[in-house]
Design a protein around this ligand. Structure first.
Ligand code: MGD
Ligand code: MGD
Ligand code: MO
Length: 682
């Protein structure tokens, strides 16, 4: 029996450290690695289901090619590589390298992901996307206010007097964070949740505030106004460390509690209550989630929320602060700096960064000089996960050739001409970082890939050779196949950090060098003024938005007021049972989450004669979905909620209904801003 250290590379806050056991070469158990102080409580159900996932009979184990009749059949690696390389050579000659789209999602973390970009540079360039589906408006808002994205260590949360989970459902998306929150509650602290839905997190809280979706900016400014009116600000902190307070104080005066109660549909006494708790139960940590961060006003919303902490002096102290993204473990150059990568760069190393991820379908369809002919998709499932599924499908179907590197027959893989089988997390070593805790970890290879699965680094090696590149030209960019070469590649990346080596990481996680346990303890902010910027000229210059975090109505809310055709807010949250579109095909998960359902408030349902368990149609001008209804008062009236990630074959992706639109800053995707109508299907 052998035990190994490894770590989960999914796009998830927790990024758990694992100890895995092998018996006769087979993975038999997965447990938590106790050295990771953030995730000691153990893996989630998805983590435990890896054993099934890795050995699943549904895994793609060989290269597959789509036949004329639409079915896939097995081909050899030689044939797959030769078809792809011939196309790459001819496209480059006939249309230029930029006629190829390279698209990657967030399927796995790791330094070896950089090999993909290295390949496309060596090929002579390509076209790729900018922005991100996930978090950029919050990242940019934080950067504009505080200078960078970091926060106190996860375990510091238990020092808080008040925790606000604002648009974050940690009990499902960051289960380990709740361990610290529960301790605060047990110690007579307060836990507040701000979310239009009653969630598993709010079940463990003292207070739930349910604003109308997209109105959190107004709510935050009303809270700030009350704190200022009641003189509960930290004047000394403001004088020393806050820029633009006078302008801010003047601006928030108009966010009177009664008015904001109307905007947000939150009773005035609840707004007052939150302001009181923040003033009374210090220190305050706000765990800002991604919920209110995917709207057309979301960057300014996030800035408005951070302002509350700035005026009350809740930054740079134990138990206090803004917990959005802790990027202190992002120490490697190879890992795309999410903030730096916002701006659509016209071109670098021949790579044209011209398509907004939020508008992937439209971007492909409208591409020109040269127009796109081929797409290479890896680590992502854009048909299911990107906004406007119909447009994404139309765009992909307009191309000559689509290559998808995948583990399973996802909606996107179904669109491929050639599918290349992808590795699982246990089949190649890599070094990973995280965005909640500060650890650097080794995701260790513990088993050989099954069938003819090859890790991307190896696929790119063979492709590079097939398009005529020599080993010499690949040196430093694409490692030669073989575990020893991969280890050398990783060791090279660890060299600048004496604390880190593969051997050390094999023992367990290591806190990233330079990590601050209490972020901004020095109260030095990397903003133009060196202070927390309530007033930010850069916000105006870069995004054309007000210097102050003013509230504006979302585009869809304005539309809702003028045309009530689609009156319901469609919410598409995450669930504990999946990571986006991953895991829903696993039996262990299907037992707890067998099919997509739409949660509806019974008052909205009765107006439409919908009963619990009815098949209903959700629709708008972009598309429709048919699913079963679940009537539930926990959802705010006027909302309907359906978790994202279901495949088309499993009942349909929510993104048939969403709209491809960018957030106000950061080039994020505003797909939470989505109005629908529902009706019973006879
Ligand atoms: N189990 C699991 N964990 C995950 C993931 C997963 O898929 N599954 N995904 C990971 C990733 S990539 C991400 S980005 C994070 C996301 O983590 P979270 O931010 O916690 O998750 P979301 O479900 O995107 O949104 C959180 C909440 O925002 C609420 N919300 C929506 N609109 C609004 C609004 O206008 N105002 C307010 N106040 N709330 C609103 C939703 O109802 C939802 O409960 O989780 C990570 N962790
Ligand atoms: N409507 C709506 N849409 C959303 C969201 C929402 O809240 N609402 N959430 C958004 C968010 S926050 C995010 S982060 C995105 C996520 O969007 P994606 O990153 O596209 O989503 P995943 O479903 O995680 O798909 C990743 C795919 O990578 C594959 N994979 C895993 N490991 C590997 C590997 O090593 N190599 C390769 N080649 N493939 C691998 C998996 O099998 C999976 O199919 O979705 C976004 N979409
Ligand atoms: Mo995400």
């Amino acid at each position: 029996m052998n035990e190994f250290t490894t770590a989960c590379p999914r796009n998830c806050y927790s990024t758990c450290s694992f100890k895995v056991t092998l018996k006769d070469g087979q993975l038999t158990s997965i447990e938590s690695h106790k050295d990771n102080l953030a995730t000691t409580e153990g893996p989630c159900l998805k983590g435990l289901s890896y054993i099934e996932r890795v050995y699943s009979p549904d895994r793609i184990l060989y290269p597959l090619k789509k036949e004329v009749n639409g079915n896939f059949s097995r081909v050899s690696w030689e044939e797959a590589v030769s078809v792809i390389s011939e196309k790459l050579i001819s496209l480059k000659n006939d249309h230029g390298a930029k006629s190829v789209l390279y698209y990657c999602g967030s399927g796995t973390k790791g330094l070896l992901n950089s090999v993909s970009t290295n390949f496309w540079k060596l090929y002579g360039g390509c076209t790729t996307t900018y922005g991100d589906l996930c978090w950029p408006s919050g990242l940019e808002a934080t950067r504009l206010m505080l200078g960078e994205n970091k926060h106190n260590s996860p375990w510091d949360l238990e020092n808080a007097g008040t925790i606000i989970f604002w648009g974050k459902n940690a009990a499902e998306t960051n289960i380990h964070q709740m361990v610290f929150a529960d301790r605060v509650k047990a110690n007579d602290g307060k836990v507040i949740v701000i979310d239009p839905r009653r969630t598993q997190t709010s079940e463990r809280a003292d207070l739930l505030i349910q604003p109308r979706p997209g109105t959190d900016g107004a709510l935050a400014l009303a809270i700030a106004n009350l704190i200022i009116e009641k003189k509960n600000t930290d004047e000394q902190f403001i004088r020393k460390y806050v820029h633009g307070y006078d302008e801010f104080r003047e601006m928030v005066k108009k966010y009177d509690t009664e008015l904001v109660s109307e905007i947000t549909d939150v009773p005035p006494e609840y707004i007052v209550r939150v302001a009181e708790i923040i003033s009374r139960k210090k220190p305050v940590t706000i765990c800002g989630g991604f919920g209110m961060q995917r709207y057309s006003n979301s960057g300014q919303t996030m800035r408005a929320i951070i302002s509350i902490l700035a005026i009350t002096g809740n930054i740079g102290k134990p138990g206090a602060g803004w917990q959005f993204a802790n990027l202190q473990s992002h120490i490697f150059d190879e890992v795309k700096d999410p903030v730096a990568s916002f701006p659509p760069e016209k071109e670098s190393d021949g790579i044209r960064v011209s398509i907004s991820t939020a508008e992937l379908g439209k971007g492909i369809l409208e591409s020109k000089d040269p127009g796109l002919k081929m797409a290479w998709i890896e680590r992502g499932n854009p048909v299911t996960q990107n906004p406007e599924t119909h447009t994404v499908l139309e765009a992909l179907r307009s191309l000559d050739l689509i290559i998808v590197v995948e583990q399973f027959m996802t909606d996107t893989a179904m669109e491929a001409d050639i599918i290349l089988p992808a590795k699982s997390m246990f089949e190649q070593s890599d070094v990973i970082n995280a965005y909640w805790h500060p650890y650097i970890q080794l995701k260790q290879k513990v088993i050989d890939p099954p069938g003819e699965v090859k890790p991307e680094s190896e696929i790119y090696y063979y492709l590079a050779k097939a398009i005529g590149l020599t080993d010499g030209e690949l040196e430093g960019s694409i490692p030669l196949p073989g575990d020893g070469n991969i280890d050398n590649f990783l060791e090279e990346k660890l060299k600048p950090f004496p604390e880190l080596s593969l051997n050390r990481l094999k023992a367990g996680p290591v806190i990233a060098p330079g990590t601050e346990d209490i972020a901004w303890k020095d109260l030095e902010f990397g903003t133009p003024s060196g202070k927390i910027e309530l007033y930010s000229k850069e916000t105006r210059k870069r995004w054309g938005l007000d210097e102050l975090p003013v509230y504006t109505e979302t585009i869809e809310n304005i539309r809702r007021n003028s045309s009530p055709e689609y009156p319901l807010y469609m919410m598409t949250p995450n669930t504990k049972d999946r990571i986006h579109s991953q895991f829903n095909n696993i039996e262990m998960i299907k037992q707890v989450s067998p099919e997509p359902v739409a949660q509806i408030n019974p008052d909205d349902a009765s107006k439409r004669s919908i009963e619990h368990g009815d098949m209903i149609r959700l629709f708008n001008e972009r598309g429709e979905l048919k699913v079963r209804s679940v009537l539930d008062y926990s959802l705010k009236q006027g909302c309907v909620s359906l978790t994202n990630g279901w495949w088309i074959a499993q009942g349909g992706t929510v993104n048939f209904l969403s709209f491809g639109r960018e957030t106000d800053m950061g080039h994020g995707a505003a797909f939470h801003e989505n109005l629908v109508e529902i009706e019973k299907v006879e």
